[in-house]
Design a protein around this ligand. Structure first.
Ligand code: TMP
Length: 203
């Protein structure tokens, strides 16, 4: 049986990725794929509990990173790897690029540390395609403020933090240009859907 494909969505908070999840899912189902839609941190009962902690409790940066990867290990074991092995496709709202962007770029943890955890937890498994929704941080923050009544621990960070997160995503998009497709989130939803649709046909 053929392996399914693994697609991830990334971007700074407020960059608009979540508004495209359902559309991408419908598109993939229309292409005939059985699809699992999930998110990080989260995606399993334990992962969702870790998500609650990660988004609310202050903690040491390395604790935060280890918990992100603990949730990811569970996510891979319980959901992602079995789904791909069955031939299902997996669409995840965030994955390891977010650890490089937030814990690495945003908070300053050495990329080498994150790579070590990535190798340990993923054993070489990488997304087949990643959409990075890119938007100037000032605009992303305006959208976030308009749509979020109770910001979580990450959403409360300042503009400088999100500029570092964005820069780290942009650097990764350059380093992995075949995998990471940069989506200009300042375009209209219709324009973005045309681009997404073309990319999805090319996987
Ligand atoms: P969400 O708001 O897109 O659901 O993501 C929750 C937050 O978790 C978001 O602010 C980014 C953050 N995050 C990390 O800092 N590192 C990670 O590895 C992941 C997956 C998410």
């Amino acid at each position: 049986m053929s392996h399914g494909k693994f697609i991830t969505l990334e971007g700074v908070d407020g960059a608009g990725k979540s508004s495209h999840v359902e559309w991408i899912a419908e598109r993939l189902r229309a292409q005939g794929h059985t699809l699992v839609v999930t998110r990080e941190p989260g995606g399993t009962p334990l992962g969702e509990k870790l998500r609650d902690l990660l988004l609310s409790e202050s903690m040491h940066l390395e604790t935060e990173t280890l918990l992100m990867f603990a949730a990811r290990r569970e996510h891979l074991a319980q959901l992602i790897v079995p789904a791909l092995a069955r031939g299902d496709w997996v669409l995840s709202d965030r994955f390891t690029d977010a650890s490089f962007a937030y814990q690495g770029g945003g908070r300053g943890l050495a990329g080498q540390r994150i790579s070590e955890l990535e190798n340990w937890v993923q054993q070489g498994l990488q997304p087949d395609m990643t959409f990075f929704f890119d938007l100037p941080v000032e605009i992303a923050r305006q959208r976030l403020t308009a749509s979020t009544a109770n910001p979580d621990r990450f959403e409360k960070e300042d503009v400088a933090f999100f500029n570092r997160v964005r820069k780290a995503y942009q650097n990764r998009a350059e380093a992995f240009e075949n995998r990471i497709k940069v989506i200009d989130s300042s375009k209209s939803i219709e324009q973005i859907r045309v681009i997404l649709g073309k990319c999805l046909l090319s996987i």
